[in-house]
Design a protein around this ligand. Structure first.
Ligand code: PEP
Length: 243
């Protein structure tokens, strides 16, 4: 399986910066690594215009309705029409800053599948949940909420992102990642044949060790993905460890 390196730009890089980034991004000349970039909605068009052919562009968030009186929202169909091929769903910032529930995540996964987008669904525990020994329970609940909605999708991915590691500089150890990914894979049941990515303070210095860990099929990168040179170093780190 190839390794996946996914860049979540969050609310960074407007259309001009997105174009500049993708013009400078040196995608590894290897079919063993797949680069995904999730720009803000408004930057999707310019990202697509400038992205090297090997880079896939996704949308950071979608609404589950096709259209409607939902000011500020964007549907999966609109994202697909704009050229996105993947949808990031249930990112920790959506869950914890914008109150997205497991039920919302399930509806968004269904909508992505309906529109032909590849759902990239994020799960992960809070530090208090980890300390209380609830890792297994939390991941099984989060995955259990959307697993049936994957039925309509041709392809999907899951990103395990411990909330305490996102944007904090703290990273799960490779062994932590393997443990959590095994739980996610078991919870996916017969839908487990998909890439499971690790996210949380990934940078060039730790990317290789994380991607070498059993069950880790790639990484989802926030802060370190904002610089094209740094992202390229992370993508290069995937090549020697891709089977
Ligand atoms: C993320 O936003 O998905 C993320 C993992 O962020 P960071 O790499 O900055 O921790």
């Amino acid at each position: 399986m190839t390794k996946v390196v996914a860049a979540n730009w969050k609310m960074h890089h407007g259309p001009r910066e997105a174009a500049g980034f993708l013009t400078r991004y040196a995608a590894p000349a290897s079919s063993r690594v797949r680069t995904l970039v999730f720009p803000p909605h408004l930057s999707i068009a310019s990202a697509l215009r400038c992205a090297p052919a090997a880079v896939e562009i996704g949308v950071q968030n979608i609404h589950w309705e096709r259209s409607g009186a939902l000011t500020g929202e964007v549907s999966a169909e609109m994202a697909r029409e704009a050229g996105a091929t993947l949808a990031l769903i249930g990112h920790s910032e959506r869950r914890h800053l914008f109150g997205e529930s497991d039920a919302d995540v399930e509806r968004k996964v269904r909508a992505a599948a309906r529109a032909g987008l590849v759902p990239v669904v994020c799960v992960g525990e809070l530090v208090e949940e980890r300390r209380a020994g609830k890792l297994n329970e939390v991941l099984r609940r989060q995955v259990g909420a959307f697993v049936d909605a994957l039925a309509g999708a041709k392809e999907w991915m899951v990103a395990y992102e411990p909330v305490w590691a996102i944007g904090t500089g703290e990273t799960a150890t490779p062994a932590d990642a393997t443990e959590a990914h095994s739980i996610v894979r078991a919870a996916l049941g017969d839908r487990s044949g998909c890439p499971i990515l690790y996210g949380g303070s990934v940078k060039p210095a730790n990317a290789r060790a994380l991607m070498e860990a059993a069950e880790v099929d790639g990484v989802l990168v926030g802060g370190a993905s904002l610089d094209p040179v740094v992202l390229a170093r992370i993508a290069e780190a995937a090549i020697p460890v891709a089977p």
